[in-house]
Design a protein around this ligand. Structure first.
Ligand code: KG4
Ligand code: ZN
Length: 342
């Protein structure tokens, strides 16, 4: 089985061919990601209209490259899987319409994929994980804890009530004059900072409610920065380190609650796993915190390679394969309308 995946929901234009061999082993035959970061850097964030236009310009070439790299002819592709939401609607339209056109012209089935399902199933592509497992998705657009129980069977246990975690990193960076994308730059600055200098709030810590919140933390960072402006390099480093410590602490509290709940709901799981996905999972401090938490709780900690944790089309092709294999690909998605919220 070979599926062509297409991803255009945010600022990555991506295409990939993933195959399943006769023994059921997956193989990524190609994985092309064209990042638009440079186009958005000047604006300090992703601009939807700029992103949509960039997808239009890049997508044909990216798909051609993915097919060429894979060595598979379009004629030998079994299905096309395209992200149909959630995301920026301009990009979704570009990707889904292109997928519909290819599917119609080549007479192939089309599968509309939820971007979050792509993230949720990646650990099965990279690590062969069995259901059920727990997913922590921390990216620029999403902060969620999801119980992944089967293909198409997801239960969201927590979400953010305001900013996504990556967004909080990006906004903190912007306030401190660090370049976009903020996450890696905040982490870099934090390396030489004093994490105890500022006592930032640990949002939701101890709350019985499962969700995340980061806007209060962002406000605390702004107040601290304003109070001591102009900021020296050391001030910036100290704020970044203190911010990161607060985030790690908040995550520790939120995720540990979810691990407990998982134990209760799936008592038969001898070796339960926590999977992390999303760009923020690249952060060393956060990773170390979660690793320690898992070790203490007896959970396996699974972090797929970063390239497959951030936005890519291999995860979309893979979700297509999972759906085909499970017999829940749905009606041919020729009439599917992109859903910015899904
Ligand atoms: O998953 P991703 O590449 O794209 C989507 O948002 O879908 O995530 C990007 C986000 C950005 O907010 C970026 O600042 C953040 O991940 N990020 C990081 C790090 N690297 C990327 N945040 C904290 N520490 C990092 N090292
Ligand atoms: Zn994503």
């Amino acid at each position: 089985m070979r599926v062509l995946g297409i991803e255009t929901s945010c600022d990555e234009t991506a295409a990939s061919v993933v195959a399943l061999d006769a023994g059921g082993a997956p193989k990524i035959l190609s994985d092309i990601v064209f990042s638009q970061i440079e186009e958005h850097a000047a604006f300090g964030g992703v601009v939807p209209e700029v992103a949509a236009r960039a997808h239009v310009e890049a997508l044909d070439g990216v798909i051609e490259a993915a097919l060429a790299d894979s060595g598979v002819d379009l004629a030998d592709i079994d299905a096309i899987a395209a992200t149909a939401g959630p995301g920026l609607v301009g990009g979704l339209i570009v990707g889904l319409m292109t997928a519909k056109a290819i599917a119609a012209a080549a007479n192939k089935p089309l599968i509309a994929i939820n971007h979050l399902e792509g993230h949720a199933l990646t650990a099965r592509l990279t690590d062969g994980l069995d259901f059920p497992y727990l997913l922590l998705l921390v990216s620029g657009g999403h902060t969620q804890i999801v119980a992944v129980r089967g293909v198409g069977d997801y239960q969201r246990w927590a979400t953010t009530i305001d900013d996504a975690l990556g967004e909080a990193f990006d906004k903190t960076a912007k306030m401190l004059g660090l370049p976009y994308p903020g996450g890696p730059n905040v982490e870099k600055a934090a390396a030489t900072g004093d994490a105890t200098r500022f006592a930032f709030p640990r949002p939701m810590k101890g709350s019985a409610q499962p969700d995340f919140s980061f806007s209060g933390l962002k406000t605390a960072v702004r107040q601290a920065a304003t109070a001591i402006a102009p900021l020296s390099d050391q001030d910036v480093a100290d704020i970044c380190a203190s911010f990161q410590a607060a985030v790690a602490d908040a995550l520790d509290d939120r995720v540990s609650r979810a691990l407990n709940r998982f134990r209760q709901e799936f008592p038969g799981e001898m070796e339960p796993a926590l999977v992390v996905a999303g760009g923020v999972a690249a952060n060393r401090t956060i990773k170390t915190t979660l690793e320690a938490l898992c070790e203490k709780a007896g959970f396996a900690f699974v972090a797929p390679p970063l390239k497959l944790c951030t936005d890519n089309a291999a995860m979309i092709a893979w979700a297509g394969i999972e759906r085909l294999r499970a017999g829940i690909a749905g009606e041919n998605a020729a009439d599917f309308v992109p859903r910015s919220r899904w």
